[in-house]
Ligand binder design. Structure first.
Ligand SMILES: [Zn+2]
Length: 266
């Protein structure tokens, strides 16, 4: 079976070691990876991603403030928002933004409401700029994020590495939002179940690199070529030909993020 084209819809290219960034960029072509959506942690991270994108146009920048960290000061937030506004033509999405599920699990002193307010600021900015939003919102935080998206009538929402109960899966699905599947679909029943329940027409693939995986990936640098394994597994779970899964996911990822890549231009 020939490999189709891929887009990594959520990675942190700026967080890889420089040598590893070079290796990934060099190996994209042979891996049939057409583009990477590199999401940002904070303003410095947006700037690093922009530098990467200016060097290599296959890197597409999502700009935001990752929720699993301390809150930004008012000054930091306004600088970030201003920077996004000024560079909006070089930014394909707002992200990574969302709610601090894992941080709150580790530290019970952290409260949700300021993070909710922060997320609302980014939802409004995404709406104002007409950009899609790349979200980190898992388990009981996902319905809260759905409330905010519905409140502001934001439709172009992508929940990365989504995890949630069947009711939330249904709500995310009915609202027309996208979810992206990580390489752990090879060994996590929870993610396999999500693939079974979610329509192919609302799926993307991602690595969340440099986050590391288990199973056959254990101890190895996370590489976008692993998404071929993800596609193969999705095809098996969906009982669809891999060629169709490649095509549907590639085309809808391009459309969602408004990307023109070499293979879409052919
Ligand atoms: Zn991430």
């Amino acid at each position: 079976m020939s490999k189709g084209f891929l887009i990594d819809s959520h990675t942190h290219l700026d967080l890889y070691e420089l040598n590893d960034q070079e290796k990934i960029l060099k190996e994209m072509k042979i891996s049939s990876v057409e583009a990477l959506i590199s999401v940002s942690f904070h303003l410095q991270s947006v700037k690093r991603n922009l530098d990467l994108a200016r060097r290599d146009s296959r890197v597409k920048v999502a700009a935001g403030f990752h929720p699993e960290q301390r809150l930004p000061s008012d000054g930091e937030l306004s600088n970030l928002q201003k920077f996004i506004q000024e560079h909006e033509s070089e930014i394909c999405a707002i992200g990574e933004v969302g709610l601090p599920f894992y941080l709150m699990r580790e530290n019970s002193a952290i409260t949700l409401s300021p993070y909710q307010e922060l997320l609302e600021v980014f939802i409004l900015q995404a709406k104002h700029l007409g950009k899609p939003i790349n979200l980190h919102a898992v388990y009981e935080h996902a319905p809260i994020v759905c409330d905010l998206l519905e409140k502001h009538s934001v439709k172009n929402a992508h929940f990365h590495w989504f995890k949630g109960d069947v009711n939330t899966i249904k709500r995310v699905k009915d609202n027309g939002y996208f979810v992206s599947i990580t390489p752990d679909v090879l060994y996590e029943e929870e993610i396999q179940q999500l693939v079974r329940l979610f329509p192919l027409e609302q799926l993307m693939v991602e690595t969340d690199g440099p986050w590391q995986f288990e199973g056959i990936f254990k101890g190895r640098m996370t590489h976008p070529t692993w998404m071929h394994e993800t596609i193969k597994k999705i095809a098996e779970l969906k009982k669809q030909p891999a060629s169709l899964v490649y095509k549907v996911i590639f085309e809808q990822t391009c459309a969602f993020y408004n990307l023109s890549t070499e293979s879409t231009e052919i």
